[in-house]
Design a protein around this ligand. Structure first.
Ligand code: BGC
Length: 772
């Protein structure tokens, strides 16, 4: 864990340059707009350690699988969102010497991600090896309003010399993914043209034929005067640049405005790409930098109106929640139903930008409460559209029926290629079923079941049915050889969480069937026929539900993560020398697998998902046993623990876990932020406030709140959308106020007391200091 960023409620700020933390900052200060985004690389050349990264949503490459020992059932490829044309580049040469912070002495450096306004800015003074000093200020953004446009204002002042400055704005498509399996480049050049005031470059992927055209234009001003000087056009393989030589005087201010448009064949016909890039670019340039910036600031102001969480009395917690909300809004906006949410968003390459169970388990709840319900619905339909592929996947592994959704996917096909995860981490099927429940429960949209949901539920239940087997001597169904959410254990028997989610899926599927039979009999009959669902199947599911085996330790009153868990030596994390952490970077895999240490919520994930089926005492006993042996080395872990700790009244633990989830990247808790930010777990951070401190749940169509305060916050507030209403929940120790910002009345429960909140009015209930 390294804290080097300044605490500020609206910005992330780095006050000095350190090449050791540069790659972490490149991740943290990333910018995006749901359509494209990139890491906070420098515009000018930087020869130190850096991951240059610019990504277009949905533009991916099937990179041939690389494994040491091939196993039947492995996928042929891993889909990777591609690192694409670097459009931010502006090289600066001073009397023939490159401006490069890796070889200069840097002072007065400041990098700022302004989350209120949606901009990334930077300034510094650099002393070059020959003693020449320049002062640089830059600001850039990718537009929320014009999704294909990025803009930069870059200014240079020669501080102690007069001489020549060469400025070279460029587009560089000669890019490689850092995570390429065979060190291959994935792009071919199609077309390019350099012109006196910019140029364009079209690339296409070597497979799948995604085309991306990037076009740039620029203006240069010296001391406020627009310059019309000679421009040298440079065209190289996958590269277009404009070189401008300026003779400058000490103290002159040289400002470059660079505009770029990036358009893809996902949204434009192949023949129209260049035209589309040029047109959007021209419009942006004509509008001018200040107009684009103003649009950007206003668009972010509107976003914050809908989604801000305000914490009074704790600037560090406030900064952190805004950072998480900001990054989520930069990553995915739900406008394009072909897209999903990669665990690193646009901030890095790890995990390939593909879809994981993270979407259903963590992101769906966030979108359910903060956006129109069509967005969560789209996320579910994305999986519905992959149902046939999930069925094929199950067949490929030898199942005669049912569907196994992939662990990692871009288009429905499995991409993951480690046997203990690809074949064994099958609990992902449970999260996909649970997201359907969550959506229907939250929105009340039961029609979804007949339209899409039931088919997915039935195929997942069929998979579970075949994956378990009956053991006569136990008179129980067991499930062998799985990996639970805790990836620090593989090939275990009877992972409690997986067994529980399997039987829960069957229960919910039967419930959905009963609902349709009673309320939508025609559709019910159609679906029975389409699915060829047999009575023998549903009665088998009932049998499995009744006789599923759940490992438990009666003495301690806890569920066992898997058979034999208590044979391990139980040591608490607090008793480990901190030098051992993070375990995944310090210990051998063998040592991790044999230890009791848990990567992320496993039994506790089940107690969170199925929270209304377990009493507080059960949750407490399990939390008290499992949390102290959990190392939280998955970003998805602390948020679940924060929520349960809130429910159990463990304020300090809840706060510790909140900081850990919300500041995970800002403080680099797991020593891996340089790979990219943990974008999907950011939705978990949001959950830790709204489901955790706010205690939000929906039971039988009714919204319930049980707010608590971690102890020292003066107040906090959040907004949620629920069944056509938008509510603002404000919490102090003295009271809880729910204001209805819409005209639709809503019925809610606050601390077990029922209220009606009429349109455009509010209700106030006594807070914890009064009721306690
Ligand atoms: C976690 C998985 C998660 C993946 C992507 C892994 O470290 O263990 O649960 O799906 O990261 O976020």
């Amino acid at each position: 864990m390294k804290q080097y960023l300044t605490i500020d409620e609206w910005s992330i700020i780095e006050e000095s340059f350190d090449s050791q933390t540069h790659e972490i900052s490149e991740s943290v200060f990333s910018i995006g707009n749901g359509y494209m985004g990139g890491r906070a690389n420098f515009e000018e050349q930087y020869s130190g350690r850096s991951l240059q990264g610019s990504y277009m949503a949905g533009v991916y490459y099937p990179d041939k699988t690389r494994v040491g020992w091939w196993k039947n059932g492995y996928p042929e490829y891993f889909a990777k969102v591609l690192n694409s044309t670097n459009w931010i580049g502006i090289n600066i040469e001073i009397d023939g010497v490159q401006l490069d912070l890796a070889t200069s002495t840097v002072s007065e450096f400041r990098r700022q991600l302004n989350m209120k306004e949606g901009t990334l800015s930077r300034c510094f003074t650099a002393t070059l090896e020959d003693g020449k000093i320049v002062r640089v200020e830059s600001i850039r953004f990718v537009s929320l309003v014009r999704r294909e446009i990025g803009a930069i204002r870059y200014s240079v002042i020669p501080v102690n010399f007069s001489g020549n400055i060469t400025i070279t704005p460029y587009l560089d498509g000669d890019i490689k993914n850092k995570d390429a399996n065979y060190d291959e480049k994935f792009w071919n050049e199609v077309e390019k043209k350099g012109e006196a005031d910019g140029g364009f470059l079209t690339l296409k992927t070597k497979k799948l034929d995604f085309h991306v055209t990037s076009a740039m234009a620029f203006d240069i001003l010296v001391n406020g005067e627009k310059l019309n000087t000679e421009v040298e056009v440079i065209e190289l393989e996958k590269y277009v640049a404009n070189k401008i030589n300026l003779s400058v005087q000490e103290g002159d201010q040289i400002v470059i405005y660079k505009y770029a448009s990036n358009v893809t064949s996902r949204n434009h016909g192949l023949g129209q790409l260049v035209e589309a890039a040029k047109t959007t670019l021209q419009q942006a340039k004509e509008a001018g930098f200040s107009t684009l910036l103003k649009e950007q600031n206003e668009a972010w102001r509107d976003k914050w109106k809908e989604s801000d969480i305000i914490i009074e009395g704790d600037a560090s917690a406030q900064q952190a929640i805004r950072f998480n909300i900001f990054q989520l809004n930069q990553t995915y906006n739900g406008e394009d139903d072909r897209l999903n949410i990669g665990p690193k968003g646009f901030t890095g390459e790890k995990y390939g930008g593909s879809t994981y169970w993270d979407t259903e388990a963590y992101c769906v709840p966030f979108y359910l409460s903060t956006a129109d319900s069509s967005i969560a619905r789209n996320l579910l339909i994305y999986r519905y559209k992959h149902l046939e592929k999930a069925k094929e996947n199950a067949r490929k592994l030898g199942f005669t029926k049912g569907a196994l959704y992939p662990m990692v996917t871009m288009n429905g096909e499995e991409c993951h290629n480690e046997w203990e995860i690809t074949f064994e981490e099958i609990h992902r099927n449970g999260a996909i079923a649970h997201a359907i429940f969550n959506y229907v429960n939250y929105t009340g949209d039961k029609a979804y079941l007949g339209q899409y949901g039931l088919e997915v539920l039935v195929e997942i239940s069929r998979f579970w049915e075949e994956r378990v087997h009956y053991v006569p001597h136990k008179d129980k169904y067991v499930m062998l050889g799985v990996t639970g959410p805790n990836e620090y254990e593989n090939n275990v028997n009877n992972n409690w969480y997986t067994n529980r989610m399997a039987s829960w899926t069957m229960e919910y599927t039967l419930e959905a069937l009963a609902y349709l039979q009673e309320n939508e009999s025609t559709r019910y009959a159609e679906l029975l026929e389409k699915l060829e669902l047999q009575e023998t199947e549903t009665s088998k599911w009932n049998d499995i539900i009744a006789k599923m085996y759940y490992p438990a330790d009666e003495e301690q009153g806890i569920f066992l993560q898997q058979d034999g868990f208590l044979d391990k030596e139980i040591i608490q994390v607090k008793d480990l020398n901190p030098e051992n952490l993070p375990l995944n970077q310090k210990w051998s895999w063998d040592r991790i697998l044999r230890s009791c240490f848990i990567k992320q919520a496993d039994v506790l994930q089940g107690l969170y998902f199925l929270g209304d089926r377990y009493d507080l005492e059960t949750k407490k006993r399990n939390f008290d046993f499992y949390e102290p042996i959990t190392v939280h080395e998955s970003s998805l872990s602390p948020c679940i623990h924060a929520i349960l700790a809130c429910e159990l009244g463990y304020k300090e633990k809840a706060y510790e876990m909140y900081l850990r989830t919300s500041r995970l990247d800002l403080d680099n808790y797991n020593n891996d932020t340089e790979d990219g930010c943990h974008s999907t777990s950011m939705a978990g951070t949001w959950m830790s406030i709204v489901h955790g401190f706010g205690g939000l749940r929906v039971h039988d169509g009714r919204l319930t709140l049980k707010p608590s305060n971690p102890g020292h916050w003066k107040s906090y507030s959040f907004k949620i959308m629920f069944r056509g209403t938008r509510l603002k929940v404000s919490v102090t120790d003295l009271n809880v106020t729910v204001s209805n910002e819409t005209e639709v009345p809503v019925y809610i429960t606050i601390y077990d007391k029922e209220f009606t909140v009429n349109g455009l009015s509010s209700v106030t209930a006594p807070g914890t200091s009064v009721t306690a």
